[in-house]
Design a protein around this ligand. Structure first.
Ligand code: PRX
Length: 648
């Protein structure tokens, strides 16, 4: 919520931006009144091998669902990110690599990136990869990671990047779901000065007999640390690159051919493989990158995300490179060697646009201004946030301290599923309100609905849906189209349901209030409560578990776990520690429970459904507003839980 403060568009932003307020409104109107003409024109921002003649072919009718954009056009994503820039800016930097160690950085030009990509594309072919295959990428933040992704795109293979912080179990489950035959990894990653045993994790994932499809593991040498080697399976990246040709003609891809898949958590079941296709995704990622960040040639742009998340795909790699941008790739963490790092990297590389997550902002804010003040940050012109709602205090700190009151903040709301930003200010067009993602991007028609699906008018609050398709939208859940329809198009028929709640104010500004389903957002990382629960009940001493989110100062949401133990188990502090370790092993450190409460019983309806609403209230210490508990099978359970919570 805001205290009503409004930050008008800055003159400096307006005078250089692509669009001002009037132009935004005119273009927005055209984009929804006549999407074919609008996107037909803006689709030309890419280089097409065969130009499209049709633009939008979409219906949200769940019985007949179809989402196709530019469907008869052909193109190649890597050509749009690399080849087409060579004539004009082959020697310009494409990627600035900033290592974990502050002494380690280098520039990679478009020409070099093109060469490396072509070589690795040929190397992948030599390992048997063809169009339509899936390649799992489990990597630290390295230039080679970008090369691997682009090389897949070049030969028409789908990459499936798995965040390097996931455990062997989580990695294995993602490999198994897609059935990848190739994994690209590194011997070790380095973050905050500490090695991350990536190859060892891959070995462990593949040791599971259920993960049986992988034939080759390609290993980038990052640290030279000790690793095990399986002769018939493992190959060094540098070995297969050594004699690979730099000439690799791009595969001609149909606009609707898959570009990549990326797993994300939902409210039920295992993570879903979100599938994005080539044409619409690339148009949307590049256009949003240009307009939202007001990207102009020569600007130095830094998005601090990881390639393991959609933000890394759309706004470190594909969007910026399609625009011929200079994109900074950071291997490290914001607080290493200390909390002055972000500001120092900004100064070192003269960064103009900084795009990061509220959780990082809150963590730096908690360290105190003195760290940020060790840098001038005078090169900055624009700030961005993504991943979770930003509280107005953190927004103000970002604005006042990091941006020295000079830089607009674009609070960008979007999702893995949306491919690119859907709701965000444009720096030259939108007055800012701290905590609000503000207004929709071109072609995006948000609406708020009540629980019966009625569209609500005016200033109100409700469930956030999108009424019509935009080019960057996901096309299916890999291997489970039914689940795609069920998850996104069945709750409020005829609309895309985001899973988020939102408020709309008198100015039509959107304020995202958070998930309305059983998805947690912990430090900007999305996690399903069901995933964590199933990890917990796999422990031999756990009879039942329920997981909810609760407000956490730094992480946004913390993970609160209610555990019912088996009769013979001792509810000790040691067991709590063991359960935390257990979840870290099953999923990864991102899923570490913050608080575990022993629960002699869980509040359930008479039909056996756990009442999470009540558990959320208890976790948040809002005992006075539990609501109706009379439908519980055993209302006394609630008293017990409150008592435990108070004594915890
Ligand atoms: O709840 C919203 C929150 O993050 C969810 C999407 O998570 P994920 O697919 O991992 O993608 C994150 C990066 C795009 C959304 O459903 N979210 C994302 N951005 C914002 C946000 N919540 C509030 N404000 C945002 N700017």
């Amino acid at each position: 919520m805001s205290d009503g403060k409004v930050y008008p568009v800055k003159e400096a932003a307006k005078s250089r931006a692509l669009v001002d307020k009037d132009q935004y409104m005119a273009m927005y109107k055209e984009s929804v009144d006549n999407p074919d003409a609008f996107w037909g024109e803006h689709g030309k921002r890419l280089d097409w091998i065969k130009p499209y003649t049709t633009v939008k072919n979409t219906t949200y009718d769940r019985n007949n669902l179809s989402i196709k954009w530019f469907e008869d056009g052909t193109l190649n994503a890597s050509v749009n990110c690399l080849d087409r820039h060579l004539a004009e800016r082959g020697d310009q930097t494409a990627i600035i690599f900033e290592g974990d160690d502050p002494a380690d950085s280098r520039h990679v030009t478009y020409r070099e990136l093109h060469q490396e990509t072509c070589k690795f594309a040929n190397a992948l072919k030599s390992q048997g990869v063809k169009k339509g295959d899936i390649v799992t990428i489990y990597m630290p933040m390295l230039v080679e990671t970008a090369v691997a992704m682009l090389a897949c795109a070049r030969i028409g293979a789908m990459h499936s990047v798995v965040f390097g912080g996931f455990s062997p179990e989580a990695l294995g489950a993602r490999i198994k779901d897609g059935g990848a035959k190739w994994v690209v990894t590194a011997d070790q990653g380095v973050r905050g000065g500490r090695p991350i045993p990536l190859k060892k994790n891959v070995d462990a994932a593949l040791n599971n007999p259920e993960v049986s499809t992988v034939e080759k593991v390609i290993v980038v040498k990052r640290t030279g640390g000790d690793i095990q080697w399986q002769e018939d399976r493992d190959v060094w990246f540098h070995d297969i690159m050594a004699d690979a040709s730099v000439d690799c003609p791009p595969e001609e891809m149909s606009a609707e051919d898959p570009l990549f898949m990326l797993y994300t958590s939902g409210s039920t079941g295992t993570p879903k493989g979100v599938l994005h296709t080539t044409g619409g995704y690339m148009v949307y990622a590049s256009m949003t990158h240009e307009y939202v960040f007001d990207y102009q040639q020569g600007d130095i742009y830094w998005c601090t995300a990881d390639f393991g998340w959609i933000t890394g795909h759309s706004y470190i790699l594909y969007g910026p490179l399609a625009n011929g941008a200079i994109t900074l790739l950071f291997e490290g963490v914001p607080n290493y060697p200390d909390s002055s790092r972000i500001g120092k990297v900004v100064d070192k590389h003269k960064v103009n646009v900084l795009y990061t997550a509220p959780t990082a902002i809150r963590a730096l804010m908690a360290e105190g201004d003195q760290y940020m003040k060790q840098s001038s940050r005078e090169s900055l012109r624009l700030l961005g946030t993504v991943g979770e709602p930003i509280n107005p205090e953190a927004w103000e700190w970002y604005y006042n301290v990091v941006g020295d009151e000079r830089c607009p903040i674009v609070d960008t709301w979007w999702q893995t599923e949306t491919g690119g930003i859907l709701i965000s200010p444009l720096p030259g067009a939108t007055d800012l309100k701290p905590g609000s993602a503000t207004l929709p991007f071109f072609g995006v028609q948000p609406a708020l609905v009540d629980s019966d699906g009625n569209v609500l008018d005016g200033a109100t609050e409700g469930n956030l849906v999108i009424l019509d398709s935009w080019p960057g939208q996901m096309r299916t859940v890999y291997g489970d189209h039914e689940r795609f329809i069920l998850t996104y198009f069945s709750t409020y028929p005829g609309t895309y349901f985001t899973g988020d709640g939102a408020r709309r104010d008198e100015d039509g500004y959107y304020w995202i209030t958070g998930r309305v389903d059983d998805v947690l957002n912990v430090s900007g990382h999305r996690m399903g409560t069901a995933e964590i629960e199933s990890a917990l009940v796999a422990h031999p001493l756990v009879a039942e578990a329920a997981v909810v989110g609760y407000p956490h100062d730094i992480k946004g949401q913390g993970i609160y776990v209610y555990v019912t133990l088996n009769h013979d188990a001792d509810p000790s502090d040691e067991l709590k520690t063991e359960l935390v370790q257990w979840v870290r092993k099953e999923i990864g450190p991102v899923a570490s429970p913050d608080l575990i409460q022993w629960a002699p019983g869980l509040p359930k309806t008479r039909s056996g459904k756990i009442m999470r609403r009540i558990l959320r209230k208890i976790a948040a210490n809002e005992h006075d507003s539990l609501g109706d508990t009379s439908t519980l099978a055993d209302p006394s359970v609630v008293e017990d839980l409150i008592e435990y919570r108070e004594n915890a």
